[in-house]
Write a protein that binds this ligand. Structure first.
Ligand code: ADP
Ligand code: MG
Length: 694
């Protein structure tokens, strides 16, 4: 058990360590390391494996290897004007090797003839001589055996002025002086069950591993710990949701029949199933917290509309939030079509709503005279008062985090909550960021839907591509053209919308009616551009990725993307999803600029696959989660040692175990769980709105 004394000890300022002088203290502060506890838990970001140690005569070119030898000569050349070079000659019983450092004149001071060193790098033969350029150096003592012990060296994050060498010394120092202070956070049974290295061993082994095996064990322990604490928070958050009350809104046979009469088409089997899941949730007196995943065009909107109409049938209000005003208005149009013959009242609340209209809407919402409100997330941000808000649907907005959801709660009651996304969320993220949600999926497309044909259009084929686009336009179809930037930029060499508009309307697409759409236009202008396109007044819409999400114009069959290498794969998939939605086959052309080869490979993967899920996983692997769903944007603190993708197996285990633990001890009140509880609250209490657990 960690005592008060232990806590106080770990809070000791770093300068208490003999290896930390004033200058290094400042450097550590720059890295947000203030106490010995901070330093102890500042884990290496990598390791250097010096275990492949050879005699100089036995070296192989180009592989990371180490040699141990004595400095025979130290020399410098250049300096002042030209490139400076520090070079040392190191010998062992088999031969000599030259080590060189360019433009690091200070290295000169570090070597003396007769010193024993361990050098590690990928050696090359230069002339007749083995050479290592900028090798890692370990200074060995006179004792032959010293340096033998440490074959795996930790590599820490640094800051300017702080060397790896000093970081290592300070880390070794803190492990020695304070490494056995922190108390174990895991109960004995858990350590056994998952074969986790106990904390004191692990702290030593993560900083000063004897070998690879030990280092991996130590890392595994801390990775598990980090994921476990996260999963405890998620499990507890889920439990708390179950304690909140929500209005019971059963979809009775009568209600169901009434709603179905309004639907413009038969639901797919997938939609049926999801509608059932949603209806079952809403019938309970606990808030629904459901995530609906469905690839672009799978028909999520209708599920949302069904749910909203269930709420309205019970005399309650529903809100739908979309990421853009364009999308909010599109949903309002769909709703208007469905509700032509009904008395349900609805309104759009967004940036483009004028003050007078707005005040009127707010008043009616408070009085309950408006049943459904659609808009951007401004709906909740501005503290709009509802008479009885029973359902909130969030469309295509993953950044709508836990705290925003908490803001929806009204005097002890929570509305039901449905979030919809076409971005397929990798399972590791649904277990973490979205771990407190139940998940539904639309697995099939409405009948008749055809895959979008995708092409990478080389510069030499662009004339042919535009000819193809013109043919489609003459057949009566419409086309989107998307470019990444609004204006021409001097610093970024990417196509801009302004440029594309200028060029296309005076060139390739001169004969057709084109409209322009980008984020800097006023809401009214945007709406006008969208309406013109939807009604067919314009045949081509040249736009930034504001049309990326959700826009539904079934007559559009062509999507041309300029600067494709600047978009994530999931984003490209979203763009492609704008076409092929009606009865016409869709075509997507990614116009290649000077994409790097790697960029091209990525784009090729996109062209080869119509599976949004596979593409998202690939994006996740190539670019990390940041581009998909910023973990931080989501309000969660970043992970320090675990990696959701790499450590997904441990994540699964941590999740299962955390759920068991929370089921057995919902408030983590047991004294064996006190440390875990404390860690969880420190890290996630605020982000996940856990309040006073228990
Ligand atoms: P998304 O899941 O991308 O939000 P939408 O809800 O916008 O998809 O639906 C895409 C298109 O498919 C729309 O034009 C919609 O009217 C149509 N659609 C949805 N469900 C069906 C269905 N069951 N039968 C026929 N068309 C459908
Ligand atoms: Mg949609």
């Amino acid at each position: 058990m960690e005592t008060v004394e232990a806590k106080a000890l770990l809070a000791t300022p770093v300068e208490a360590l003999s290896s930390v002088n004033r200058q290094r203290r400042e450097l550590l502060h720059r890295r947000e390391i203030w106490t010995v506890g901070d330093l102890l838990f500042d884990f290496p970001r990598d390791y250097q494996d010096l275990s492949d140690e050879r005699q100089i005569a036995q070296l192989d070119e180009g592989e990371l290897q180490s040699v141990r030898g004595v400095v025979a000569e130290v020399s410098t050349s250049g300096g002042r004007f030209g490139k400076s070079r520090v070079s040392i000659l190191v010998g062992d019983s088999s031969g000599h090797l030259r080590a060189t450092w360019f433009n690091q004149p200070f290295m000169r001071e570090k070597f003396e003839v007769g010193q024993r060193l361990l050098l590690t790098a990928k050696p090359r033969i230069r002339g007749m001589m083995w050479e290592m350029s900028h090798p890692q150096v370990v200074w060995l003592g006179d004792d032959e055996s010293e340096g033998e012990a440490r074959k795996i060296l930790p590599v820490y994050s640094l800051t300017e002025g702080l060397s790896q060498y000093h970081m290592r010394r300070m880390a070794a120092n803190v492990v020695e002086a304070f490494g056995s202070v922190p108390a174990e956070v895991f109960p004995e049974a858990l350590l056994d069950k998952f074969r986790l290295m106990p904390i004191h061993d692990a702290l030593r082994a993560i900083h000063l591993p004897e070998d690879q095996q030990e280092m991996l064990q130590a890392r595994r322990r801390f990775i598990f710990q980090e994921l476990f604490v996260l999963q405890l928070a998620v499990a507890i958050r889920r439990g708390q949701q179950q304690l909140t009350l929500a209005p019971q809104l059963p979809s009775t046979t009568k209600i169901d029949a009434r709603i179905r009469r309004l639907l413009p088409f038969e639901l797919t089997a997938s939609q049926e199933q999801v509608v059932q899941e949603v209806a079952a949730d809403m019938a309970l007196d606990r808030p629904m917290n459901r995530l609906l995943q469905g690839d672009v065009g799978s028909g999520k909107t209708i599920v949302a509309l069904y749910a909203m109409l269930v709420a309205v049938a019970h005399g309650q209000q529903a809100a739908l939030m979309a990421p853009t005003e364009i999308l909010a208005r599109q949903h309002a149009d769909t709703l208007a079509d469905m509700l032509k013959a009904s008395r349900v009242s609805f309104a759009v609340l967004a940036g483009g709503t004028n003050k007078h209209e707005r005040d009127e809407i707010l008043e009616k919402l408070a009085l309950g005279e408006i049943d459904v409100v659609l808009g951007t997330h401004a709906i909740i941000q501005e503290g709009v008062k509802f008479k009885n808000l029973a359902l909130v649907v969030v469309d295509e907005q993953h950044k709508f985090g836990v705290r925003q959801r908490a803001a929806l709660r009204q005097d002890g009651h929570s509305p039901h909550y449905l979030v919809m996304t076409a971005t397929p969320i990798p399972r590791t993220l649904t277990m973490t960021l979205f771990g407190d949600l139940d998940i539904s999926a639309l697995r099939e497309m409405p009948v008749g839907r055809q895959p979008v044909n995708t092409y990478l259009v080389e510069v030499s084929l662009q004339d042919a591509w535009w000819q193809f686009v013109r043919d489609r336009l003459r057949e009566g179809r419409q086309a989107f053209v998307v470019a990444p930037l609004i204006d021409e930029s001097e610093t970024v060499s990417a196509p801009s919308v302004a440029e594309a508009f200028e060029q296309l309307t005076n060139g390739e697409l001169e004969a057709f009616r084109s409209g322009l759409l980008h984020g800097r236009m006023s809401p009214t202008e945007k709406q006008q551009a969208m309406d013109d396109f939807r009604s067919g007044k314009t045949q081509v819409l040249i736009s930034t990725s504001v049309i990326e999400v959700g826009v539904d114009v079934p007559n559009a069959s062509v999507m041309a993307v300029a600067g494709g290498e600047r978009f994530g794969l999931a984003q490209l998939h979203q763009l492609r999803g704008r076409v092929g939605r009606g009865n016409h086959p869709g075509f997507c052309g990614v116009l290649l600029g000077e994409a790097s080869e790697k960029g091209r490979e990525r784009l090729q993967a996109f062209a080869n696959s119509n599976d949004g899920f596979a593409l998202a996983e690939l994006d996740f692997e190539l670019r990390g989660p940041g581009d998909l769903f910023g973990i931080q944007q989501h309000g969660l603190p970043p992970l320090r040692i675990a990696d959701l993708q790499r450590d997904r197996d441990l994540l699964e285990e941590a999740r299962r175990e955390a759920q068991l633990l929370v089921a057995a001890d919902p408030g983590l009140k047991h004294e064996h769980h006190a440390k875990l509880r404390r860690q969880m609250l420190i890290r996630y209490g605020k982000a996940l709105d856990l309040g006073d657990v228990g």
